[in-house]
Design a protein around this ligand. Structure first.
Ligand SMILES: Cc1cc2nc3c(=O)[nH]c(=O)nc-3n(C[C@H](O)[C@H](O)[C@H](O)COP(=O)(O)OP(=O)(O)OC[C@H]3O[C@@H](n4cnc5c(N)ncnc54)[C@H](O)[C@@H]3O)c2cc1C
Length: 380
């Protein structure tokens, strides 16, 4: 058992952290105020190989393990979890295309998606179905040329911003087996978007409903086989949960670093506040939680990489633990900054807002407990 990062892993982490500090951190607040991430950022991210992190090398990707990919998200989130999480969604879509699409579709999509000349969004949730995703209603009817889509997707990160959408639709009967996955390019007739959602965090990422009104797509845009779409959608989620956890972890680490520095400078009652033992104990508790979260996350990633039979359970447990630990830590960091923590200039309040949603998406943390308990009961 080896808990250390190897040289290559450390280099991946350092590269992502340095890129984030130079190209993302100085602008994160501005992008949040503008409600968008400049499209010009993405080809620079693509140049580092981050546009197809775990797309196989044969298909032009970086071919990284899931553990290595968490290092990228942890490091980038030290600059901005909203930008890092958006990259995670793009990668989830790219991996679905890599794993399941026909050779023609894979080539057509990934040639531009890996260098991030195009960015991809993932459309599963609908106004009437979130946790119960298999109840989705967006319909894809067969036509002579392909499919005609009708329905609405809700909460889509990158809705109205991305270049293409990987969409879960109903081609068959009710339930998971009636779901297929299709690829819809921006500009397709019948594709439109709702208004920009006004949200608590992740404000630099545009979130909108994605609507299909008699939206015709070619049969070549079916990903894989009809009726397997739900399996494809779920296949990406174990890794997606690791990524979102890594985003919480990196942000929590950044908040801790800032808090440690602040506590050495801030004076109260004639001494720096890091001299109060009550606060030292709080720091210690935060560090213990942070390190436990990092170890648990990397263990879950290792389970997924090695195909362990309990990988799904570990990804769910890690997602629940790490995202809640991350939220608690950034909230405590805000508290330790006193009133200044509440001011945007200090960078902590944004992290509190950004991390909250990690407990809700990629499966809510209630659903993570559900998955964990189901595995426990099944293994009795
Ligand atoms: C900012 C943001 C970005 C998002 N981006 C995307 C995206 O890009 N693509 C996409 O497809 N979706 C996206 N989502 C949607 C997200 O995945 C869903 O919001 C999430 O899955 C929860 O679904 P819901 O909101 O419908 O809540 P519901 O499923 O209605 O849940 C409501 C509450 O009930 C609980 N609950 C539900 N079922 C159970 C159960 N069986 N047992 C116990 N508790 C249960 C939930 O945990 C929750 O607390 C995004 C959401 C947000 C907020």
């Amino acid at each position: 058992m080896d808990f250390a990062l190897n040289e290559e892993q450390q280099a991946i982490f350092d590269m992502a952290r340095d890129f984030g500090q130079e190209k993302i951190a100085p602008f994160a607040r501005e992008w949040e105020a503008q409600g968008t991430i400049p499209k010009e950022l993405w080809p620079q991210v693509g140049e580092l190989g981050f546009g197809g992190l775990y797309v196989s090398e044969d298909h032009g990707g970086a071919g990284l393990s899931r553990l290595d990919a968490t290092l990228v998200f942890e490091a980038l989130s030290m600059a901005c979890p909203s930008v890092a999480a958006f990259l995670s969604i793009h990668n989830m879509c790219a991996k679905m295309i890599d794993s399941f699409a026909s050779d023609e579709l894979r080539e057509r999509v990934l040639t531009r998606a890996i260098p991030m000349e195009t960015v991809l969004s993932y459309c599963l949730t609908e106004p009437g179905s979130g946790s119960d995703a298999a109840a989705l209603k967006t319909r894809a009817e067969r036509t002579n040329e392909g499919y005609r889509l009708n329905g609405t997707k809700a909460f889509i990160s990158g809705g109205g911003y991305s270049d293409a959408y990987v969409v879960m639709v109903r081609t068959g009967d009710a339930g998971a087996k009636g779901v297929s996955t299709v690829y819809v390019e921006d500009g397709t007739e019948g594709l439109s978007f709702g208004g920009l959602e006004d949200k608590m965090g992740w404000r630099s990422q545009p979130t909108r409903q994605v609507q299909f009104d008699n939206c015709d797509i070619s049969a070549a845009n079916l990903v894989g086989e009809e009726g397997k779409g739900f399996t494809y959608a779920m296949a990406g989620l174990d890794g997606g949960r690791l990524n979102i956890s890594a985003c919480s972890l990196g942000a929590a680490q950044a908040a801790m670093d800032a808090t440690l520095a602040y506590m050495g400078e801030r004076k109260a009652f004639g001494q720096s506040i890091d001299q109060f033992q009550a606060l030292q104990f709080r720091l210690a508790d935060m560090e213990i939680e942070l390190q436990a979260a990092r170890t648990f996350l990397r263990q879950a990633a290792w389970k997924l990489d090695t195909g362990a039979p309990d990988a799904t359970k570990f990804c769910a447990m890690a997602k629940k633990f790490v995202t809640e630990a991350g939220s608690r830590i950034v909230n405590q960091c805000l508290q330790l900054h006193g009133g200044y923590g509440y001011l945007a200039d200090y960078g902590i309040e944004k992290l509190v807002r950004d991390l909250r949603v990690h407990e809700i998406l990629e499966g809510t943390n209630e659903i993570m407990r559900l998955i964990t308990a189901r595995h426990m009961l099944a293994a009795r």
